[in-house]
Design a protein around this ligand. Sequence first.
Ligand code: TMP
Ligand code: MG
Length: 221
Amino acid sequence: MGRLFVIEGVDGAGKNTLARRLVSAWERDGLDVVRVGFPRYDRSIHADLAAEALHGEHGDTSGSVHAMALLFALDRKDAAGEIRDLLSCNDIVLLDRYVASNAAYTAARLEQSADGEAVEWIRALEFERFGVPVPDVQMLLDVPVALAAERAAARESADAARTRDAYERDGSLQSRTSAVYGALAASSWMSPWQVVTAEVDPDRLAAELANQPSGELKVTP
Ligand code: TMP
Ligand code: MG
């Protein structure tokens, strides 16, 4: 049975780059690794509807915090079987965003903290009711919100197809999301967490994740 690792962070944190580096390191060590990103754009109708809503379509959908969270959650519900299959035939399944994204953004939109009702609603909905697999380790890529915002803006000017969505334009939401993420990590929400910075050595992080039993991880960023 493979291990389920997750990378979390605000928009523009650099999750994609960290994920690529971790996968290369694990593959160099001969491990079978597969990477899945949420929302699963072009594969999940729920993910596509959520993205369209965040770009102004579908009426007042994006205005509803809970409707948005349900769309993201339904994408994962549909993926649960696939993730279990991938875990059964790989050493590592690496997820770029997962349930904690829904917990952090939903709580942040509602101006709640990590121990509020929204986080508990997401936990009960996704892990209990939908039965999505629980991660072995969640990583928080913790970068200054201003730097992440700069990256999201730079992506937009470099690529017309990547116009910033409603969440990416909302600096205050990104700051609150970052705070909720920090608290989820501090409380070991649903798994042990590793908080890493942009300066983390991906080879060392990959080795420590792969070699140590979960729950006993020690990584110095
Ligand atoms: P993306 O930026 O990774 O493409 O995701 C789109 C936005 O949706 C991003 O701001 C994070 C947010 N989001 C949630 O609110 N809940 C979720 O479950 C996921 C996967 C993303
Ligand atoms: Mg984004």
